[in-house]
Design a protein around this ligand. Sequence first.
Ligand SMILES: C[S@@+](CC[C@H](N)C(=O)[O-])C[C@H]1O[C@@H](n2cnc3c(N)ncnc32)[C@H](O)[C@@H]1O
Length: 253
Amino acid sequence: MTAYSGFAKIYDAYMQAEDYDRWLMGIQALIKEYGVPTKHVLELACGSGAMSVLLAKQGYDVIGLDISEEMLMVAKDKALEERVRIGFFQQDMVNYELNNTFDTVLCICDGMNYVLEEEDLESVFERVHHSLTDKGLFIFDISTYYKLKYILGESTIAESREDSAFIWENFYDEDESILSFELTVFTEENGVYRRSDEVHEQRAYKIADIKRLSEDYFEWMTVVTDTFDVIDVKNYDEETMTNERVFFVLKKK
Ligand SMILES: C[S@@+](CC[C@H](N)C(=O)[O-])C[C@H]1O[C@@H](n2cnc3c(N)ncnc32)[C@H](O)[C@@H]1O
């Protein structure tokens, strides 16, 4: 099964709502400090729409784009429930086409790690550059090389709740810089448990890789931790720095 086809059903239940609240506050502060006055926002790899909905509730005009039909179905239901209007599009962010332009483009919670080839990541930067208004910001995070190799690599994580459970087995390939994970999801339907299996792959990018692949299109504003503390990029040692998620703030050249 393709990534997120079965996982979409339980994704929200296993995510922490407080992360999204913290990220929203941090992102808004970054836009104020480095960006242009922002009304129109595009969220790439918006998944089940948690951030898109929060942004729409703050008054932004939001478009969410994701490759997974199942995640977008959850996102559309969430937007309906929360009574916000958001345009959702099923597209690959590597080569997406939208007619609109945006003041800020976001991609949060590992979306960029799912782009496995460097040339494809460069293509995302080109596409975002094309979508942004003059001096607009691209704010995104990555799960770090440290997290993929040392925290997740070769680990097995399992969790069981009243009506769902998952087993998540990780394998890190050093030569390819790819973390593969096999995810088995069980969901209860009318007293019967349905099993689905899917494989995900994420690429470990280092901060220097992101710089090299984006620099034709973007000026670097800052790189911050998950708690929005500034990172000293020049002295950043990828093998020993224990940040699991870093955010990049890039301005359209
Ligand atoms: C970990 S989820 C994050 C979802 C959402 N951003 C959030 O904060 O919860 C990663 C998402 O990236 C999407 N994705 C992976 N590759 C993609 C691609 N090439 N284009 C668009 N979306 C992609 C997946 O479908 C999934 O919804």
